[in-house]
Write a protein that binds this ligand. Structure first.
Ligand SMILES: Cc1ncc(COP(=O)(O)O)c(C=O)c1O
Length: 376
């Protein structure tokens, strides 16, 4: 390799996500899924969806999965089937993707925020303090691939007779004390958006539950409330998973253990190599198995560092720059800056760096060199 070649390789892009590389790595198997669906002529529902539901439920050791068209619908429709609606309060962290809170608000229920801890997930003490006579449910969000501290959350919920709906959109396959995400509460909701570890080629989502009646109601609600042949018992919606997404997700489910292994290996290398004076990464607890949906570091002068990475052709992202309570959509909830200091402080110094399964040898070292060099 000449010096020029070496320089070119050095400056080649390290993408924050690389969906094209995911496709290239499994092109034949993906095209076989697509072909199978087109040959069948079945594009909505059918055997692929039934099999995906069975396989994903088995993977997580729960009795039922319901395939839907997004994680947002899993949350919103799932909560509606659990009887959550106007007049009810649902406690959730302000540090999440907007969809968690939006699903509560769209039902006419009131989102009540509880701040997070160092691990970026809901603080069980703050959750307990936010409970009122109108509280109906708690929605912990397993952010970044790490499960919230479920033991105290479940204990508090049980004592106060609250429903537990997990927003496990970022944590498929993650474990907490050997129990898998989505299997703790009354319902586990997942997104299979292209950016998730278990990802479709478009919008898709699903929920898990051990309650057969809830699963049955969901299956009808997502399809115009139809049960049996053309009989609608309720006015439903259309939130079915496309057959093609189910076929792809069945393949992706098989590939997932390797995806998770690679992401965890990448995170481990980052943890070993990043300068721990200037870069903070919340430590892994011995009982957690993080699937690293994102690798979030916390740093001073974050925006300058981001620019330095960009100059080296290295992608990064911020999850999330504006906490939900400070979004224009949340104005009517009446919160203000300063209400959730941990979330707000984290929003100012978090940076998500590339951790995906298709990073090439040397990529992580290049990212680390740039970050450590920036502070060095
Ligand atoms: C934490 C969280 N909740 C909910 C969602 C919504 O999922 P979807 O985009 O599939 O509706 C996402 C993903 O985008 C998410 O990351």
């Amino acid at each position: 390799m000449t010096e020029v070649d070496t320089d070119m390789r050095k400056e080649s892009a390290i993408k924050f996500v690389d969906l094209a590389a995911q496709f290239e790595g499994h092109r034949d198997e993906i095209m076989q899924c697509v072909e199978r669906v087109f040959v069948s002529g079945k594009f909505v529902g059918g055997e692929e969806v039934d099999l995906f539901e069975k396989e994903v439920a088995d993977y997580c050791g729960v009795s039922h999965a319901v395939a839907l068209n997004s994680g947002t619908d899993a949350l919103m429709l799932g909560m509606s089937v659990l009887g959550i609606g106007p007049g009810d309060e649902v406690i959730t962290p302000p540090n999440s993707f907007i969809a968690s809170t939006a699903a509560i608000a769209r039902l006419g229920a009131t989102p009540i925020f509880a701040d997070v801890r160092d691990d970026m997930n809901i603080d069980p003490d703050k959750f307990a303090a936010a409970i009122s006579p109108r509280t109906k449910a708690v929605m912990p969000v397993h952010l970044t691939g790490r499960i919230a501290d479920m033991d105290p959350i479940l204990e508090i919920a049980q004592k106060n007779n609250l429903i537990v709906v997990e927003d496990a959109s970022q944590a498929f396959g993650s474990l907490y004390k050997e129990k898998i995400a989505g299997s703790f509460g009354h319902m586990g909701c997942f997104s299979a958006h292209p950016l998730k570890n278990l990802n479709a080629a478009g919008d898709a989502g699903f929920l898990l539950t051990d309650d057969a009646e809830v699963a049955e109601k969901m299956a009808s609600l997502r399809n115009h409330g139809i049960v049996g042949k053309g009989r609608s018992e309720i006015f439903g919606v259309v939130s079915r998973m496309d057959t093609i997404q189910a076929a792809l997700l069945r393949l992706k489910l098989k590939l997932l253990p390797e995806v998770i292994r690679r992401r965890r290996d990448n995170a481990k290398i980052y943890r070993e190599l990043l300068d721990d004076v200037h870069i903070y990464v919340p430590p892994e607890k011995p009982y957690e198995f993080n699937t690293y949906h994102t690798m979030v570091i916390r740093v001073e002068r974050r925006d300058q560092l981001r620019r330095a990475l960009s100059e080296k052709n290295i992608g990064s992202a911020i999850h999330y720059e504006t906490p939900i309570h400070l979004q224009p959509a949340a104005v009517s909830l009446g919160y203000k800056a300063g209400d959730f200091p941990i979330t707000e402080q984290q929003a100012g110094n978090i940076l998500s760096i590339p951790v995906h399964q298709d990073l090439m040898p040397g990529d992580i070292e290049r990212v680390v060199e740039t970050i450590n060099g920036f502070y060095g």
